[in-house]
Design a protein around this ligand. Structure first.
Ligand SMILES: *[C@@H]1O[C@H](CO)[C@@H](O)[C@H](O)[C@H]1NC(C)=O
Ligand SMILES: *[C@@H]1O[C@H](CO)[C@@H](O)[C@H](O)[C@H]1NC(C)=O
Ligand SMILES: *[C@@H]1O[C@H](CO)[C@@H](O)[C@H](O)[C@H]1NC(C)=O
Ligand SMILES: *[C@@H]1O[C@H](CO)[C@@H](O)[C@H](O)[C@H]1NC(C)=O
Ligand SMILES: *[C@@H]1O[C@H](CO)[C@@H](O)[C@H](O)[C@H]1NC(C)=O
Ligand SMILES: *[C@@H]1O[C@H](CO)[C@@H](O)[C@H](O)[C@H]1NC(C)=O
Ligand SMILES: *[C@@H]1O[C@H](CO)[C@@H](O)[C@H](O)[C@H]1NC(C)=O
Ligand SMILES: *[C@@H]1O[C@H](CO)[C@@H](O)[C@H](O)[C@H]1NC(C)=O
Ligand SMILES: *[C@@H]1O[C@H](CO)[C@@H](O)[C@H](O)[C@H]1NC(C)=O
Ligand SMILES: *[C@@H]1O[C@H](CO)[C@@H](O)[C@H](O)[C@H]1NC(C)=O
Length: 872
């Protein structure tokens, strides 16, 4: 789902410009990097000498030194290379064009490598080629590379590349010598974290091993970039973020109405209070009892009791649509009771979340003191979702449970689970065991009969981040957990594209004996591989004309529907449908009219009897005819004579497409990639994690300031605003390996997202920027003084932004994106243990210093940055 047509276009433009520019960029400009000393290097100098680079020992007589002993057996060779090969990857950041890379391979051991039976495999998100000039050969196939033309680079598939010595010309790789390989990557390769770890080396008769210098998430092998955001630029960005010293909002997301009733407060001591037992809302009563540690009992006492009552809150604003999620929370200091009123359990649950937020004791420990207040509240959107991609990297159910708790806390109610893609199939389908036996695992296996080949730096071995799946009982546990929190799980099985993991699994099945062989056959040699998906695959699309695809869908859907049945009946299914290159479907062998195979596919999917009561969702590009205009919803519904809703998840375009689809009758989820793809970086800095294809960065303010219904000239009239049912945040996980990384990408900007999903801001109607800015400052202060400390307590690894800082009048001035966080400095002296001091703002500093921001609880810190000393 990641690279885009835009990339393609830019590639063409970029390639052209590079071709022109390349004459002006000398390689020595690109070649500036710091030598890493962590390896057992024979050299003592920090910077490699020119000599060192040219002395590759290729086609030269070996320099005989006493300790030079050849590496002997195949496995010994691999082990040696894994241990002593120092990989250094230099990247020159260029925001406009493709990036220049140089790969250095240094033999830091004491042995000479004379064999050629070794290959290095590594992952790389963008297209990599020694000369990205010709769009037609953009992926390298057996291209000669290296200054001495002694290596071959080849694209394996997807994100996987391979580089190896050319047998005919490679002779010796001397100890201490370095091989230099200049390369070019497309323009999205611009941050350290765009490079992926766990490169490995393998021979034809030996086991693969990870190259130690590339191991793990620290990415020390990736060296200098051209640029970075300076502390001065950060200072300017943060400058408007006024520190109000305390929280201004009662609750986030903000409620619709808050009325302070009196100045009476109540003290909620759990051991003294009870929750009134009732036949209504037993699940919600239990949830609150567990959360607050308050007993449930029948009581006649009017005091110290929490009641849940069925009833309909009456709002001041009668213009806004009704919602069965509405609630009223009344905290009455005089009578010492608390009452939550709603029509549905979901409404009660929302009221409970508000009460829990008001009762949170993170900031002021001790007894819970509550003000007398009446809150009336309802969501702006009925659909408030998060999409998690568990295919590209697997995230275990424990991570999902934690996420569901956080979603509930911020009143998010839809969990879209992207269960399948090219690089992994993550749901057990008992009738097709190959899907998880093979399709859920990644390791080095060129035959791809044991596992899929590695992607996204997953390395040669099966491990938890790249390999894994939910078995039926895991999946049901997720459904139950979500259901208890009034969160609907929307499973996505991406079809008919993005199916490589499934197609490889089905190939394995086809190699087995007996009747099962051809059961789910959905591709054929005759279908050709004359396409290349944006992620670099030519074997990831099923042929929508083959019955095997529908037999396969039947099995998968039966399993999904059955798993949901007694917990949370399936009412919305997402079939992906995205990113199918045109030539792919045209190349398919097919007896039917091939003009619009996607329509044929949707039509056959809709007709499945399992879907009788199920609505459909897909990415917006699935609903486009070959001429790029959307289908009418009637033409889709017409197929079954039922009026099932069709949900378009709009990510490719802006509100213009949103308006158009809503007017056509689609239920629209407004989730523009440039704002809601939380796998993009928070700021434009080469050290910041995140994909860049949709936008350079997405900061918390951009998420906060979004107006999902805002029109512009040329958008036309929004005739059916009620069809824009919600918004969704997406986390694609190509660059998100660990749970910490996942939480970093999500928080805190997900809280701003929740505010937009739930709360109808007045400035959405008026477009008054001053009002928006004021609301934003209140929100920011609420984050710092309430939400971030809560996240700290819950052990959520949210992103801590590096500080902004300048020197003015000889003094250090600093600020933070989330105002009020503590900043520390240290004197920059490499090698020594750093001493950190809290910045007060009065410092007069003569030395070069480094800075960092602390988390709200002071226990974690941001990455360290250098103070930019240039004049303000
Ligand atoms: C090392 O390999 C080279 C080339 O294969 C060979 O000429 C030489 O004799 C070998 N040296 C030892 C000590 O095995
Ligand atoms: C790329 O291939 C297309 C179709 O084969 C051809 O028309 C075009 O000229 C090629 N472009 C270049 C730059 O070689
Ligand atoms: C700061 O706020 C002012 C007024 O609200 C606005 O004009 C200005 O662009 C803001 N500066 C930044 C860097 O956001
Ligand atoms: C609360 O007290 C303040 C002064 O302490 C007063 O101005 C205000 O009217 C009171 N509010 C209510 C709702 O009684
Ligand atoms: C499902 O997987 C979990 C681990 O996630 C395991 O504990 C459990 O035994 C498995 N259940 C079945 C039925 O295989
Ligand atoms: C195929 O279908 C398209 C519309 O989807 C139609 O315009 C075209 O005439 C059809 N071709 C044939 C040969 O039936
Ligand atoms: C669809 O829903 C209706 C009404 O709730 C129910 O009677 C029917 O059995 C359902 N059909 C299927 C196939 O689940
Ligand atoms: C729906 O089907 C009917 C009869 O099959 C046909 O007359 C009508 O044009 C179709 N409507 C759309 C919007 O495709
Ligand atoms: C579908 O919608 C149309 C128009 O809104 C209505 O006339 C028809 O009865 C509906 N059909 C079903 C099966 O609900
Ligand atoms: C925007 O809101 C501010 C504060 O509420 C108000 O003073 C100003 O007049 C408003 N501007 C416009 C153009 O309505």
């Amino acid at each position: 789902m990641d690279l885009k047509l835009r990339q393609f276009r830019n590639l063409v433009i970029g390639a052209f410009i590079i071709a022109v520019c390349i004459h002006f960029i000398s390689i020595s400009d690109v070649f500036h990097y710091h030598w890493s000393t962590h390896q057992n290097s024979a050299k003592t100098s920090q910077i490699p000498q020119k000599d060192d680079i040219t002395k590759r020992g290729i086609k030269q007589e070996p320099k005989v030194e006493q300790h030079n002993v050849n590496v002997s057996t195949d496995q010994e060779l691999i082990n040696y290379l894994a241990k002593y090969l120092d990989v250094i990857w230099t990247v020159k950041d260029d925001p406009q064009y493709n990036t220049e890379h140089i790969l250095f391979l240094k033999n830091t051991g004491l042995k000479r490598v004379s064999q050629t039976d070794w290959k290095i495999y590594f992952s790389q998100m963008s297209i990599l080629n020694p000369n990205l000039k010709n769009i037609n050969d953009s992926y390298p196939k057996n291209v000669v590379v290296g200054e001495d033309k002694t290596f071959i680079l080849t694209h394996v598939s997807g994100s996987l590349y391979c580089i190896y010595p050319r047998k005919e010309v490679f002779i010796f790789f001397e100890p201490g010598s370095t091989i230099k390989i200049p390369l070019t990557a497309t323009k999205f390769q611009r941050s350290r974290t765009d490079s992926l770890p766990n490169w490995y080396v393998v021979g034809s008769k030996s086991k693969p091993k990870i190259i130690e210098s590339t191991k793990g998430e620290n990415l020390n092998f990736v060296k200098s970039f051209g640029s970075q955001l300076t502390s001065k630029e950060r200072y300017r960005i943060n400058n408007n973020h006024t520190d109000l010293k305390r929280t201004q909002k009662y609750v986030v997301p903000s409620p619709e109405e808050i009325a302070v009733m009196s100045n009476d407060t109540i003290m909620l001591k759990p051991e003294e209070w009870v929750i009134q037992k009732s036949d209504e809302f037993p699940d919600e009563i239990k949830y609150l009892a567990d959360a607050l540690k308050v007993k449930v009992a029948t009581t006649t006492s009017p005091d110290k009791v929490i009641k849940m009552v069925k009833g309909k809150p009456i709002f001041k604003n009668t213009q806004l649509g009704e919602s069965d999620e509405a609630y009223e929370l009344k905290i009455d200091g005089k009578s010492a009771d608390i009452q939550i009123t709603a029509i549905t359990g979901h409404g009660i649950f929302n009221g409970i979340q508000t009460l829990l937020s008001l009762s949170d004791k993170t900031i002021v420990p001790g007894p819970i003191v509550l003000n007398s207040v009446t809150i009336k509240d309802r969501p702006r959107f009925e659909y408030r979702g998060i999409m998690l991609d568990v295919s590209r990297n697997f995230h275990p159910k424990e991570t999902v449970f934690k996420l569901l708790d956080l979603m509930a806390m911020y009143k998010l109610n839809k969990f879209h689970l992207h269960l399948s893609d090219d690089e992994g199939w993550r749901l057990e389908i008992p009738d097709i065991p190959e899907l998880t036996q093979l399709g859920s695992k990644r390791c080095h296996d060129e035959s791809e009969t044991l596992c899929l080949m590695p992607s996204f730096g997953s390395g040669p071995y099966i491990h938890d981040q790249s390999s894994g799946f939910y078995n039926i009982s895991d999946y049901k546990e997720i459904l139950k957990y979500a259901n208890e929190r009034h969160i609907q799980v929307i499973p996505e099985i991406d079809m008919p594209g993005h199916m490589r993991a499934a197609l490889k699994s089905i190939s394995l099945r086809a190699s087995r004996k007996g009747a099962i062989r051809d059961q789910y056959k959905m591709t054929d040699k005759a279908d050709g591989n004359s396409y290349r998906s944006l992620q670099g695959y030519n074997d990831n699309i099923a042929n929508p004309c083959r019955d095997g695809l529908y037999a396969f869908v039947d099995k998968v859907i039966d399993t999904v529907v059955e798993a949901h049945k007694d917990i949370q009946p399936l009412t919305l299914f997402h079939f992906g449908g995205d990113k199918i290159p045109k030539p792919a479907l045209q190349g398919m062998k097919c007896k039917e009219n091939k003009t619009d195979l996607m329509y044929n596919f949707i039509q056959r999917l809709f007709q499945k009897k399992q879907f009788t009561n199920v609505s459909f969702g897909a990415w917006d590009d699935s609903f486009l005819k070959p001429d790029k205009t959307p289908y009418t919803v009637e033409s889709l519904q017409n197929i079954t004579k039922e009026n099932r809703s069709v949900y378009a998840f709009v990510y490719q375009e802006d509100n213009k497409a949103v308006f158009k689809l809503a007017n056509l009758g689609y239920k629209v989820i407004n989730s523009p990639a440039s704002l809601h793809h939380f796998n993009h970086p928070y700021e434009k800095d080469t050290e910041e994690r995140g994909s860049k294809w949709a936008t350079e960065f997405i900061n918390t303010k951009m998420v906060f300031a979004f107006n999902p219904l805002k029109g512009e000239d040329g958008y036309g009239e929004l005739k059916k605003p009620e069809n824009i049912v919600g918004i969704q945040a997406h986390v694609w996980t190509e660059l998100v390996q660990t749970t910490d990384q996942l939480e970093y990408m999500m928080f805190p900007r997900l809280i701003a997202f929740a505010e937009r999903a739930w709360h109808h801001a007045s400035w959405h109607e008026t477009n008054n920027v001053t009002e928006m800015e004021r609301d934003w400052i209140e929100f920011l202060n609420n984050l710092v003084y309430k939400e971030l400390p809560k996240l700290d307590k819950l052990n959520v690894h949210y992103r801590i932004p590096p500080p902004g800082a300048i020197i003015e009048d000889g003094k250090l001035h600093f600020n933070t994106y989330y105002p009020g966080l503590t900043v520390e400095y240290s004197v920059d002296s490499p090698g020594n243990e750093k001493q950190w001091y809290k910045v007060s703002g009065d410092e007069t500093l003569s030395e070069q210093i480094i800075l960092r921001t602390l988390s709200a609880d002071g226990k974690r810190h941001s990455r360290e940055i250098k103070l930019d000393r240039s004049i303000w």
